[in-house]
Design a protein around this ligand. Structure first.
Ligand code: GTP
Ligand code: MG
Length: 201
C-alpha cells in the first residue's frame, strides 16, 4: 500500500456528524485495550494518529481518517470497559448502532486479543458485522505475547467460539513486530476495490 496522504477528518459524537459522501469505509472495532489504536497507527505508519491511550475506554467518539482521499478508516469506541454509567453505555450503543447503518461500510475489522477466548460482547459485535453486507476480517492482536504454537492453539479455540463464516479471514498481528501488515493491507484493498466495483455497476 502506498500512502500518499493520510488525514484525520474528525470525531463524531452523533450520527449527524458522520460523513455522507460515498467513499468506502473500513471500520475497526474491538474491546477496550485490544490494540485498536496501535493497529491503526501501524497501518498508517504514524506514531500517534490514533491516540494510543493509557486509560482503557478513552476513545469515546467515532473517529474518521481518510487514506489517499480514496477511502476511510473509522475507529469506533472500544467496548467492554468497566466504570461507565448506564447512561454512557446507552449513548455508546446508540452511536454505534447508528454508525453501523452506514451504507458505505466496505469492511468490518474485528480485533480480538489472541490470548483470550472471545467475550459475549465480542460475539455480539461479530454477529452485528455478519448482519451487514460488508466483508469481515478478524485480527488477532498482541501476537508477540505468544509462541507460534500457542498462537495456533488459541486461533483454533477462538474460531471454535465464533463459528466463523467461510470467507471471514483471521490474521494474527503484532504492533511491536509490525507482522502481517502487508497482508492486512491486501485484504483492506480488496474490500475497497469490491465496494468501488459494486458502485460502478
Ligand atoms: P482503547 O482506545 O483504550 O480502547 O484501547 P485500544 O484498543 O486502542 O488499544 P491501544 O492501541 O491503546 O493499546 C492498549 C495497550 O496494549 C497499550 O499499552 C499498547 O502498547 C498495548 N499493545 C497494543 N498492541 C500491542 C501488541 O501488538 N503487542 C503488545 N505487546 N502490546 C500491544
Ligand atoms: Mg484506542
Amino acid at each position: 500500500m502506498i500512502l500518499r496522504d493520510v488525514a484525520f477528518i474528525g470525531s463524531a459524537a452523533t450520527a449527524s456528524q458522520f460523513p455522507t459522501d460515498n467513499r468506502p469505509q473500513i471500520v475497526f472495532s474491538g474491546r477496550s485495550n485490544v490494540g485498536k489504536s496501535s493497529l491503526i497507527n501501524a497501518l498508517l505508519n504514524r506514531k500517534n494518529i490514533a491516540r494510543v491511550s493509557q486509560t482503557p475506554g478513552k476513545t469515546r467518539l467515532v473517529n474518521f481518517f481518510t487514506i489517499n482521499d480514496d477511502f476511510y478508516f473509522v475507529d469506533i469506541p472500544g467496548y467492554g470497559y468497566a466504570n461507565v454509567s448506564k447512561k454512557q453505555l446507552l449513548d455508546f450503543q446508540i452511536l454505534i448502532e447508528a454508525y453501523l447503518r452506514s451504507p458505505q461500510i466496505a469492511l468490518c475489522v474485528l480485533l480480538l486479543d489472541i490470548r483470550r477466548i472471545p467475550s459475549d460482547d465480542d460475539l455480539l459485535m461479530y454477529e452485528y458485522f455478519k448482519s451487514l453486507s460488508a466483508d469481515v476480517l478478524i485480527i488477532l492482536t498482541k501476537a508477540d505475547k505468544l509462541s507460534s504454537n500457542k498462537q495456533y492453539n488459541m486461533i483454533k479455540q477462538i474460531k471454535a467460539k465464533l463459528a466463523p463464516r467461510e470467507n471471514d479471514r483471521f490474521i494474527a498481528f503484532s504492533s511491536l513486530k509490525q507482522s502481517n501488515k502487508e497482508l492486512l493491507w491486501d485484504v483492506i484493498e480488496a474490500s475497497v476495490e469490491r465496494y468501488q466495483n459494486e458502485q460502478v455497476l
